[in-house]
Design a protein around this ligand. Sequence first.
Ligand code: FAD
Length: 464
Amino acid sequence: MKTHVAVVGAYGSAGVVVAERLADEPDVELTLVDDGDPGGGLCILEGCMPSKELLTAAERRFAAREDDRLEGPVPNVDFERVVEAKDENISTYAAGRRGHVEELSEREDVTLRRETATFLDERRLAVGEDVLEPDYVVVATGSTLNVPPIPGIEDVPFQTSADVFDTTAFPDSGLVLGLGVVGLELVPYLAEAAGMDLTVIEQLPEVLPDADPAFGDELLAYYEEHFDVDVRLDTETARLETTDDGGVRAVIEDGDTVAADELYLFTGRKPALDSLGIEATGLTPEPGWVEDTMQARDDERVFVIGDANGAEPILHVAKEEGAVAAENVLRHRDGEPLESYDPITHRVVFSGLTELPYARVGHTAASASEAGIEHVVATRHVTAEGVFRSRHYEDGLAKLVVGTDGTVLGYEGLHPDADVMAKTMQVVVELGLDAREIPDRAYHPTTPEIIDGLLIDAVDELDG
Ligand SMILES: Cc1cc2nc3c(=O)[nH]c(=O)nc-3n(C[C@H](O)[C@H](O)[C@H](O)COP(=O)(O)OP(=O)(O)OC[C@H]3O[C@@H](n4cnc5c(N)ncnc54)[C@H](O)[C@@H]3O)c2cc1C
C-alpha cells in the first residue's frame, strides 16, 4: 500500500521542493495541487523577482542624480518599458516553474491538479469535484497581504506591492503604511522613479527592529536625506477616510492628519489559509501551531511550510522547510524520529534601491548576549573606508560579532554590496570559522575589504 501525500501549493517555492523530493520516492503516491493562475509562486510572480526589476531601474536614475561629477538632465524611468521588461522575465520564469511541476507530474504515481484544495474535515480534502483522503497533507499555500484592522480601511482604496509592480502612471503624493521589508524596498522606488511626495507611517518605534539599532538609525537618516521621505515612527493610525478630491486621509492617534493622493499598504503578509478551509480541521493558526519539524502541533499528518506557517516569509527558508518536511513525512511514515529545522539567521533587505542593502547573518551583539555567548564587536563605517570613498559611497556601516574563543558569530552590513557579502559571511558563520584563521586578503580595491578590516579589528580586540 503506497503512502498518499498531497502537496497543496505545488507551484510555490516551498511546495515544489517537496514535489521534487517525493516524486520518485517508491511507495509514495503524490498529488500535487495548485490553483495559481497562471501559477509560478509568489517569489516569481509578485515577490523577489519583479521587485528587483523595478528597483534596478530606479537605482540607475538615483545613481545619476546623486553623482555630482555627472552633468545633464537626470533620465526619467520609462514605466511602460519597466513593466513590459518585468512581465517578459517573470512570464519566462513562471512558465519554467510550471513546466517543471508538469514534468514531475508525468512520473509514476504523481498527479497534478490545477484546482483549489479545501479541507472538508481533518482527513478529507476537496479538490475540484473529488474528495481525497491522503495520509499526509503538506500545506504550502503561501501568504496574502496583511490588511491592518484600521477603522475605515474597508472604504478606502489602496495599492499593494503587486499593484506597484504593474503601475505605469503614479499620482503626485502617497501615504504609505508600513516600513518593513517591502516598504524599505518600494518607498525609495515611489520617491525616486515616480517622484512622489511620500509620508510613511510605521507603528514600530524603529526601522529594522531585529538589527543593531545603529543600522535602523542610519537607514532612516538616509531615506530622509536622499529620498526626502517624511517617516513617522511609533505612530498608530486611528482612522482612514477618503478626501473630497478622491484622495486619502489618515487620522493619527494624536489627532494630527496626513492626506495624500494614494494609499499604499506595505503592512506585511499573513498565512494564506482561507481558501484551504483550515477552520474545518483541528488546526489553529497561532504562534507555535507548527513545530520546528514542520509538523502541525495538533495533527501529526499535516506539515506546514513556507509563508503558510507564518514563521519567516523568506524564499530560502521556504525551500529549506520544504526539504525538511519531505524528509520528515517519510520519517514519520517509517516511525523514525523527526528532524528539526533551526536555521542561522540570514536576511537581506534591498533597501536604498539595492545601493544600500542591509544584510544580517547569524548573531547581532544583542542576540549573542541573550544567548549568553561572550563576544567582542568590531564596527567600521563606510566613510572611513577608502575603497567606498573612491567609489563615491558615503553612507553605511558594518559590524562583526566574534566569540571570545575566536568563532565568527555574526555579521551585519548596511553598505553597497552587503547583499553579496552575506553569502561569504553565511559560509564563515555556518562553518563556525575562527576569525584568526580567515585570510584578510580581498583583492584591492574591492568592497569586501570592509570585512577584512572587521576581522583585523576583532582579532586585535581578542588579542587585547
Ligand atoms: C514584494 C515582495 C518581495 C519579496 N522579496 C523577497 C526577496 O527579495 N527575497 C526573499 O527571500 N523573499 C522575498 N519575498 C518573500 C518570498 O517571495 C516568499 O517568502 C516565498 O515566495 C514564499 O513561497 P511559498 O512557497 O511559501 O508560497 P507561494 O510561492 O506563494 O506558493 C503558494 C502556492 O499555493 C497556491 N495555493 C494557495 N492556496 C491554495 C489552495 N487552497 N489550493 C491550491 N493551491 C493553493 C498558490 O496558488 C501558490 O502557487 C518577497 C515577498 C514579497 C511580497
